[in-house]
Design a protein around this ligand. Structure first.
Ligand code: ATP
Ligand code: PRP
Length: 215
């Protein structure tokens, strides 16, 4: 680790839904940087006094920056963490961005049993999580990877079901879908690079202790 990297604690934050909530958490424990809460286009925001650097990345890239040590720690949804299967430490459930992963089907075409969906098509942003779930039920499926608006899949005949995130259930309701099987809870987690966790143990441990007090 270079001397400069050693000097700073670099924190990767995802753009999108988790960003504001993560910034609020860090602010509560006194970790801030000027311009962090703005809608700024700056991708790296430094607090020289505290020797903290925030980097702002696409959601799916947070575990990549952390795995390679370009960020020491990061905040990421459990869903993304499970799907990417990166070699990082999962340190803490931050209890923000609460949602869960589930399988949903069209209300008017609901089949009697889960096994009745064997060998059908599933539209999802999370093919690995979906496969782990269906494999555990002994079901072989065809997975169709989408990048958003997953609920559209069964409506237009692309798939018989979806595996996706649900929070309030509004998107399911508005598209005549119904939750059929719960898969896993997915709140945002604090993750750490394995080497950083050892080399910056005191700083990261202090951060962990401070976060635990407010969660
Ligand atoms: N409706 C929701 N309510 C609460 N948390 C959610 C919801 N949807 C997603 N999340 C959580 O927030 C994380 C980020 O979601 P968000 O939609 O901002 O990112 P994204 O999928 O990368 O978006 P984009 O497709 O714009 O890049 C998800 O990984 C999940 O953990
Ligand atoms: O239960 P709800 O409160 O309705 O939230 C669930 C929706 O939120 C997420 O979509 P997002 O807004 O990220 O859009 P996307 O599917 O296009 O990525 C998720 O994929 C669901 O569609």
């Amino acid at each position: 680790m270079s001397a400069e990297n050693m000097e700073y604690l670099t924190i990767a934050l995802p753009k999108g839904k988790v960003f504001g909530k993560a910034v609020q958490l860090f602010e509560k424990i006194g970790y801030t940087a000027e311009g962090l809460s703005d809608k700024s286009r700056k991708l790296i925001i430094t607090n020289e006094e505290q020797k903290i650097r925030f980097i702002i990345t696409k959601t799916a890239d947070v575990p990549v920056y952390v795995e390679y040590g370009a960020a020491d720690i990061g905040v990421i949804g459990k869903d993304v963490l499970m799907e990417t299967d990166k070699d990082v430490y999962e340190l803490l459930d931050l209890n923000i961005a609460k949602c869960h992963l589930m399988m949903a089907v069209p209300k008017d075409k609901k089949r009697a049993n889960l096994l009745d969906y064997a060998n059908t098509r599933v539209a999802t942003k999370f093919p690995h999580i979906a496969a782990a779930f269906f494999n555990s039920k002994g079901m072989q499926m065809e997975y169709i990877k989408l990048h958003g608006s997953i609920e559209l899949g069964p409506i237009v005949g692309l798939s018989e079901s979806i595996v996706d995130i649900v929070e309030t259930g509004t998107t399911l309701r508005e598209n005549n879908l119904e939750e059929y099987a719960f898969i896993v809870d997915a709140t945002a987690r604090l993750i750490a690079n394995r080497v950083s966790f050892k080399m910056k143990f005191e700083r990261i441990n202090k951060l962990l202790a401070d976060l635990r007090k407010i969660i």
